[in-house]
Design a protein around this ligand. Structure first.
Ligand code: AR6
Length: 166
């Protein structure tokens, strides 16, 4: 089941929240900064043991002081105009995060709008990829709840329309 929410993903009490990280996994701005601030310094300590993460891939840590039990860190593509495999890499972020959740027998996972901030991915295209990829994955998995947590009004409007029309 897919749910749409507006707000700060760090407040969600789900099994895992997804972080839109960078390849270092050592923190940054945007949602990444918010997650590290809310989780506390122990999150950075665990992230330092992970040896980074490639674009499109994902790695899991504990959630520490967050209400969520785990954080799944994924690295979205930087939008470079659309001819650098950006679409497939963004789709891979969702697939690889969902696969980790499934392998850990998690029932609920919340996604931010990966790559649509600093990384500059066009929001309508990113929303379309996110919704299609998640719907396709849910057809053959037992994950109970997938939440899209939109922070800005643009993304919330895009997801509302997409989720109502499919
Ligand atoms: N909860 C949910 N969504 C949020 C929050 C929040 N607290 N804060 C921002 N967003 P961005 P990216 C939304 O820039 O584009 C970092 O520095 C925001 O409105 O956080 O994947 C990393 O370290 C936007 O829609 O991530 C990387 O270096 C979405 O989160 C780089 O930014 C993603 O925006 C990753 O860039």
């Amino acid at each position: 089941m897919i749910e749409l929410h507006k707000g700060d993903i760090t407040a969600f009490k789900v099994d895992a929240i997804v972080n839109a990280a960078n390849q270092s996994l050592l923190g940054g701005g945007g949602v990444d900064g918010a997650i590290h601030r809310a989780a506390g310094p122990a999150l950075l300590q665990e992230c330092k043991t992970l040896n980074g993460c490639k674009t499109g891939e994902a790695k899991i840590t504990k959630g520490y002081s967050l209400p969520a039990q785990f954080v799944i860190h994924t690295v979205g593509p930087v939008w470079l105009g659309g001819n650098n495999n950006e679409r497939e890499l963004l789709s891979n972020c969702y697939i690889n995060s969902l696969t980790i959740a499934k392998n850990h027998h998690l029932a609920s996972i919340a996604f931010p709008n990966i790559s649509t901030g600093v990384y500059g991915f066009p929001k309508p295209l990113a929303a379309d990829i996110a919704v299609k990829t998640v719907k396709h994955f849910l057809e053959e998995s037992r994950l109970q709840r997938v939440l899209f947590v939109c922070f800005d009004e643009d993304n919330y409007a895009l997801y509302s329309e997409l989720l109502n029309s499919i």
